[in-house]
Design a protein around this ligand. Structure first.
Ligand SMILES: N[C@@H](CCC(=O)N[C@@H](CS)C(=O)NCC(=O)O)C(=O)O
Length: 216
């Protein structure tokens, strides 16, 4: 099985399925396509019907789009354990994933994932509203479940929000203690540490994703 991803420093969508596969020790080969280079489109055309990453190639099955890939991995390799056991939790977990996937655009735009950076960005009202929303969602899920993760056990929802945890660390965002502890847990996961180790070795700079000013 091959997972095609972008630059680890920047590609938040790539991190999501990569984390699910890595956390559950599912064997896969990683193919990295550097984004925003002269030949990126040409390289992506070899793998991706959308010319975007991530893409999962499992023999004759090609799955694209981070959330669809996570759902496929859960079904094909985890006997459904990528989602919570109870039907009601599964429904809410899917809502969390979908909201992350299609919403929170002000947060995503103002605070691009940038693993190597330590920055301050201007947070306008809309971005603050998104931050507040995420903090509230996290507190709500964490308070409702025993265990370390949003829905108790580690699920696709934790993968979907991992890049937000990374952004909150990069831009030093103030959140509740409960959410901050969750961020710390996510970022110190062995698989997240491995992602960061590789991200920090990358030298490429994508100007579009370099937001804010450095914190000394
Ligand atoms: N909705 C897609 C978004 C994928 C996406 O935008 N990927 C970016 C990198 S993080 C990409 O491939 N950009 C390359 C390009 O647009 O040329 C998903 O969830 O996978």
């Amino acid at each position: 099985m091959e997972l095609v991803i972008g630059n680890k420093n920047y590609s938040s969508w790539s991190l999501r399925p990569w984390l699910l596969l890595s956390h559950f020790d599912i064997p896969f080969d990683e193919i990295k396509v550097l984004l925003f280079e002269e030949n990126t489109h040409q390289h992506l055309a070899e793998y991706s019907p959308t010319f975007k990453v991530p893409v999962l190639i499992d023999n004759d099955i090609t799955v694209w789009d981070s959330l669809a890939i996570c759902e496929y991995i859960s079904e094909a390799y985890l006997k459904g354990k990528g989602l919570p056991e109870s039907q009601s939790d599964r429904a809410i977990c899917r809502s969390y994933c979908a909201e992350m996937h299609s919403g929170l655009e002000f947060l995503r735009t103002a605070m691009p994932m940038n693993c190597r950076a330590s920055r301050r960005v201007h947070l306008d009202d809309k971005t603050l509203k998104d931050i507040h929303r995420v903090d509230g969602m996290w507190q709500d899920a964490l308070n409702r479940h025993d265990g370390e993760w949003l829905f108790g056990e580690f699920t696709i929802a934790d993968c979907m929000f991992a890049p937000v945890a990374s952004r909150f660390a990069t831009y030093q965002i103030d959140i509740s203690d409960t959410s901050q502890q969750y961020v710390d847990r996510l970022l110190t996961l062995p698989s997240m540490r491995r992602w960061y180790e590789s991200a920090l070795k990358e030298k490429e700079v994508i100007g579009e994703d370099e937001a804010g000013t450095d914190i000394d």
